[in-house]
Write a protein that binds this ligand. Sequence first.
Ligand SMILES: [Fe+2]
Length: 363
Amino acid sequence: MERDIVSIFKTMTKRSKTQLAQIPILDLSDYLNGKPDAQEELAIELRAAMEDTGFYILVNHGIGMCLIEKTLEAAKQFHAQPYEVKMALKGNEHNVGYMPLNSSVSRASQIDIHEPKKPNLVEAFFVKRELHPKHPDVLANKLYRSKNIWPDELLLPGFRSSVIAYCHAMEDLCQRMLPIYAIALNLPSSHFDEPFTEATFSFRMSHYPPTEFGDQDQFGISAHTDSSFLTMLPQGDLPGLEVRLPGQEWQLVIAPEGSIVVNSGDMMRRWTNHRFLSTPHRAINRNYGKDRYAIPFFFDANVDYPMACLPTCHSPDNPPRYAPITYTEYMKWFSQNNYDHVRNNADIFAPNPGVPPTQSVRD
Ligand SMILES: [Fe+2]
């Protein structure tokens, strides 16, 4: 069944230059099976996706449907806990832990900044890389390198190990994609090995209650761009993600169950000097009467790596638009803007590090 849906999507994505861009499908089977030339062929497709849409849909990616379903179920169980139990795990300046409903606003990206944005109708639980309690970064309380905040094992047995297993699987897949990104940018395939040593990731387990019928201004997450190098969103059974592709109106993303919707974010746009897009999107649960859960995985470079304009993304006619920046420098500003629980834990409000002003056009 999934094959049939995928082939329909592939047919839809074959277009002439005059047609509007659609979200392309990228099939990883040849690449993961080690077929000769698969890397280069995939890189050509990825380059077109990143330059034309900023989004693509991964199929045959090796992440099993059972792992996706198990993780969605873990998100459901987490959010089914009493409010007081979740608030005991409230998030901190590292942006790990629980974020309650209506405590985030999509302020950081420059999308529709003149339109009023209601607080997002979403609650979430955030996890980063699990570090040993005696890791020097944990002991030093280094930003974004802290220990995670976990629910009591007696209340949610197996939750912690399931989440860690999911993060491992998603990080492996992201790492497998890095040579493809490098080739797509006309760089040696190993170019991202060093930046993504001890890479940074943020895993978010979101719960979107259904919106009230007719409430057009209330979003689960209002219009925004991501901060990330890339974001992977495995698809469950309920839709809710909408995108605004270049030159187009908002549209609902309909992707096969078990596929992974992938997009790039503002740090990618900065690092590539605007060569790759960071496309606006939003989430809304219009599945009336049904709660929706989402499990996006945000993948980024090492917290300390200085992301200077990539060598194939500038020239004398196209000089670098931004100074080098680290993940930590960018995310301090991003998360303080968007999340009440981070802002309330901050000593000093971080300065704007230079957010790309135009996310969805090549300029
Ligand atoms: Fe997003």
